[in-house]
Design a binder for this molecule. Structure first.
Ligand SMILES: *Cc1c(COP(=O)(O)O)cnc(C)c1O
Length: 384
């Protein structure tokens, strides 16, 4: 058996050709491939607008600026996420309030979020960043109701869930990143994610004002719409209105992203097939205390098991070159966040989850044979 990672990109000849064609074209950055990729992505998730940026972290940063996060503001997110979900608040000088997770969904627990909001008598909390952890899509309809009650905005961190959806109160499918309830959503095209572009990110929204603002912020705050210029209309003239960044994506990456996107549904159904098989295999095992499960709309970026003797299992699999991973070390226990007073015991569900969780291999090119090997080896560890 070859090495089996927990996630891996899948590059086809078509993907390679798309990049090569771009290298032979007139544009290497901010050319026609960017708009094509943005349009295709907006269509895929059912949002009005999409802005391609250099990575998912840059997408989060631009969102936090566009929503005007400033020192003194507080924002709620989950600790069971990649640290970038929280860090974007710190980039703008805001304070991160971590809410606990629900022990079965592993997602930000709305009941705990409500408690935090109710205790915030000064109304310093300005926004919520729910994360579609592992690919399970947060019920954004109920989060929107809660956010409106307290005057908060919502950024949906959808890095794990392109193509995923949740069912609303009428049992309608609401696509992750569709902008129906969240103000803004973000995606990443890091190689372990569903769509690989090397590096890359996307922001989706239905809010035109935020869209225009983010377009400008992506390129140094220089006005992209010439009709917004105040002082001059000369052909050489450009005008910077606010402090932005260079967070552009290259055309090579956009070409790769668009080519990958055309196979996204195929990859998603393979992920769901693998998840079904994992679920059936592990559902009655005494050593499994929880798992991602078979959930409608789940995009299965990860397949998580909660197990006994997690540390020993992780080592055992590693020795067999099965590189299972732990997602995530709770963000509030990072030394960086501990300096703000966060400590063990603050978020019991997240910490309990972390002590048992393991992400087993989940990616479309994982073969049936490799999956069987992974399942059998896990079983051997407990029965051997
Ligand atoms: C990958 C990821 C990010 C950051 O994306 P990058 O493209 O690596 O900057 C943010 N949030 C979550 C949940 C992620 O998985």
């Amino acid at each position: 058996m070859n090495k089996i990672p927990y996630g891996r990109q899948h590059i086809t000849e078509d993907d390679i050709q798309a990049v090569v064609d771009t290298l032979r074209s007139d544009y290497l950055t901010q050319g026609p491939r960017i708009a094509e990729f943005e349009q295709a992505f907006a269509d895929y998730v059912g949002a009005k607008y999409a802005v391609a940026v250099s990575n998912g972290t840059a997408a989060l940063h631009l969102n936090a600026i566009a929503l005007n996060v400033k020192p003194g503001d507080k924002v709620i997110t989950t600790p069971i996420t990649f640290v970038a979900s929280a860090n974007c608040v710190r980039y703008c000088g805001g304070e991160v309030i971590f809410g606990d997770i629900h022990p079965e969904t592993y997602l930000l627990d709305i009941k705990h979020v409500r408690k935090i909001l109710e205790a915030d008598v000064q109304r310093e909390i300005k926004g919520i960043i729910p994360v579609n952890f592992a690919g399970r899509v947060v019920d954004m309809q109920v989060f929107r109701q809660l956010a409106d009650e307290f005057g908060c905005w919502i950024i949906e961190d959808a890095c794990h869930s392109p193509g995923g959806f949740f069912l609303d109160s009428n049992q309608n499918q609401v696509m992750s990143g569709s902008g129906q309830y969240a103000d803004l959503a973000i995606f990443s095209f890091h190689p372990v994610k569903h769509i690989a572009a090397g590096e890359g990110g996307m922001i989706t929204t239905n809010n035109e004002e935020l869209y225009q603002k983010i377009l400008n912020l992506r390129t140094h705050g220089i006005q992209q719409d010439p009709s917004n210029r105040i002082y001059d209309d000369s052909l050489w003239y450009y005008e910077m209105h606010e402090l932005g960044y260079n967070y552009r994506l290259t055309d090579m990456q956009a070409a790769l992203g668009k080519s990958q996107l055309s196979r996204a549904d195929e990859g998603l159904s393979r992920r769901r097939e693998l998840a079904n098989r994992y679920f059936d295999f592990f559902k009655n095992k005494p050593y499994v205390t929880g798992q991602s499960g078979v959930i409608e709309g789940h995009a299965y970026h990860l397949y998580v098991l909660e197990v006994k003797q997690r540390k020993e299992l992780h080592k055992y699999l590693r020795d067999l070159e099965i590189f299972a991973q732990i997602h995530y070390i709770p963000a509030h226990l990072m030394p960086y966040y501990r300096q703000f007073g966060w400590k063990e015991g603050d978020l019991p569900n997240a910490e309990k989850y972390y002590s048992h969780c393991i992400s087993i291999p989940m990616f479309p090119s994982l073969s049936d044979e490799e999956q069987r090997f992974v399942m059998d080896k896990i079983d051997d560890f407990y029965n051997g």
